[in-house]
Design a binder for this molecule. Sequence first.
Ligand SMILES: NC(=O)c1ccc[n+]([C@@H]2O[C@H](COP(=O)([O-])OP(=O)(O)OC[C@H]3O[C@@H](n4cnc5c(N)ncnc54)[C@H](O)[C@@H]3O)[C@@H](O)[C@H]2O)c1
Length: 356
Amino acid sequence: MKTERIKGKVSARESVVVCRKDVFRAELAPRRDRLSGGGGILFTDSNVYALYRKKIEMNLAGVPVFVMPAGEEHKNEQTLFSLLRTMAEHGLRRNSTLVALGGGVVGDIGGLAASLYMRGIACIQVPTTLLAQVDSSVGGKTAVDFCGVKNLVGAFYPPEFVFADPSFLKTLPPREIRCGLGEIIKHAALNAELFDLLSQNREKLFDLNFLGEIVPKNIAIKADVVRRDPTEKGLRRCLNLGHTTGHAAELSGADLSHGECVLVGLLYESRIARKYSDVDGEYLSALEELIRFVLAGADWKGIDVGHAARLALLDKKNTKQGEITLTVPVKKGEYAMLELPFAAYERALSEIGESL
Ligand SMILES: NC(=O)c1ccc[n+]([C@@H]2O[C@H](COP(=O)([O-])OP(=O)(O)OC[C@H]3O[C@@H](n4cnc5c(N)ncnc54)[C@H](O)[C@@H]3O)[C@@H](O)[C@H]2O)c1
């Protein structure tokens, strides 16, 4: 893969995204001296540390490391404040840097800690999951879950650098690849060129070389949206495609990952679009085929749609009481915003669920 640099205002502040292999040797090792002696900290989780400990020790000797237990259940204020305490104990200064090496959980907590420590120190994101590479590391959203609500406490705090290295994907379990593909197919629903590329290379979707090629394209699509709407005032809502129903399915207790739920949400919402929008039916059939291909092997048909519909009523994306706000795919590269009365949405989910 050739090194790709996606430079510019990826959010309210300048960020540079570099997609390249061998990020430890090429990007982190040269920063080792600056990160030692109070100049920085490496933050990661227990799974990533177990897999990459040798590389960390070889390339970042002398840099303090804080390892959180892996898992969304630890994306909370305890982990955040343990990290902040460790940063203070190591004497980090205003010009220090936090390096977040991990998936979206590490990236979200690390970014938030960087935004809080001395009112903001530099942050470098090194995303190690497909989802984190194509989505969460870009755009500057940071958060922890709080009082049982996902991402309740957070900030917009863009990293100085994102180093996306496809080599990390080699150690990812297939399910985590499918999870990242959820966001990739969402991007394809916003971008005709990516949609054609994925449709023409369906059999390569789980191939790591192919994924390495499409990670920079996905980052560029997300970065372009974020650049034009850094704090989600309008356009950035297009990134919610499939997410209202997907998020509701996730909360309803479906045994599916976030990305799998996004795919299911996209499928339901493309069917809803057929009923309530001016759509290109042939395109939506091709999109559904792509989604079904990626979901093959996941148990995605048993969602409790009644429960999911009621949960969608609580979604923070809704703008009117009693109505469900959806961003739905309609034509190649085009989406539409829909506001459906709850009863119509509930009925639609139930009809679609029966027809799958
Ligand atoms: N900030 C944003 O804009 C944004 C966008 C989407 C999602 N998110 C957040 O991201 C989180 C989900 O991210 P995720 O799916 O990366 O989850 P995650 O960080 O929990 O990672 C998934 C699992 O993969 C393991 N892992 C990470 N890298 C690995 C590697 N290279 N090899 C093997 N295992 C590895 C992790 O330890 C974990 O067990 C959620 O908390 C979500 O809210 C944030």
